[in-house]
Design a protein around this ligand. Sequence first.
Ligand SMILES: NC(=O)c1ccc[n+]([C@@H]2O[C@H](COP(=O)([O-])OP(=O)(O)OC[C@H]3O[C@@H](n4cnc5c(N)ncnc54)[C@H](OP(=O)(O)O)[C@@H]3O)[C@@H](O)[C@H]2O)c1
Length: 312
Amino acid sequence: MSTQTVRLLTGTRMPLIGLGTWKSSPGQVRQAVEVAIDNGYRLIDCAYMYQNEDEVGAGINSRIQKGVVKREDMFVVTKLWGTFHAPEDVKPGLLKSLDSLKLDYVDLYLMHSPMGFKKTESLATQPEYSDVDYVTTWKAMEKLVDEGLVKTIGVSNFNTSQLERLMSLANIKPVVNQVELHPYLMQPKLVQYCKSKGIILMAYSPFGSPDRPFQRTDQDPVSLLENPVINEIANKYGKTAAQVLLRLHVQRNIVVIPKSATPSRIVQNAEVFDFNLAEEDIKKLEGLNRNWRAVKWEVGHPPHKFYPFNED
Ligand SMILES: NC(=O)c1ccc[n+]([C@@H]2O[C@H](COP(=O)([O-])OP(=O)(O)OC[C@H]3O[C@@H](n4cnc5c(N)ncnc54)[C@H](OP(=O)(O)O)[C@@H]3O)[C@@H](O)[C@H]2O)c1
């Protein structure tokens, strides 16, 4: 696998393909991480919320100990969960992830969403909203950079207005906005805004998250992986639909983090640097846009005051 990279605002380089780890269950995810690293992946996308960081860390550390990679060759991303948005909770939130991952630092720390929640003992319960301003949370995240616990900081699930506000008040600009992106949700306005500011986009759920827990089969469009237009394009290039969905992003310098716990798919998902989608095929993929979200972040009603998906 060729490890193509993109340049962050700080000058650091970040791989264009990484392994997603949401829903990768204990007992599976360590092997998935090991297979990924053995096959050239250097970016792993984690989160406190995924409740599997100890196994993800075991996978990363086993490959460091075996000499397959050095820590500095890896680009580890994790995320601050909403229950840690109060400024005094931000560092403890990060330390929980570092402790599980058994790492001294992460390469990129993301605010998982602009929405803060009240502290809870368990992640299983429905969170109650807190009204901590995400800018206040961000200021506490900036200190983690100064302390050397995180190399860079960014956000996830921010809309354009929220990013604009954050950019106007931040001392350290966010290097990344991690959002859902695929042909059914192209988000051209948000993509254009991020590009204009040098904020790198990370595309999550590139296959429409077919294994997500909250499916609405009565309302959902045909799965991206089964979509006839995408499969026709895949046949033209001798690639799979999954590879076309990933190529769409890397060809535009958007980082993408497909999740798989299946070794053959982990390998397949990295093989996207040996073909180029023609402009006409990109247009066809863009033409599938229908503003459909797999991950709606509907955590309660009425929506949180910082609910990001009412615009863009
Ligand atoms: N920041 C956020 O709020 C946020 C939200 C959602 C996701 N994410 C991140 O983005 C990552 C990816 O998104 P996602 O997990 O929602 O979904 P996804 O990557 O769109 O889809 C994962 C599903 O696709 C299957 N799959 C993987 N490769 C395949 C291939 N080549 N052919 C056919 N099927 C394939 C996987 O099956 P197997 O595992 O069985 O192979 C799994 O069922 C997450 O894991 C997480 O790291 C972030």
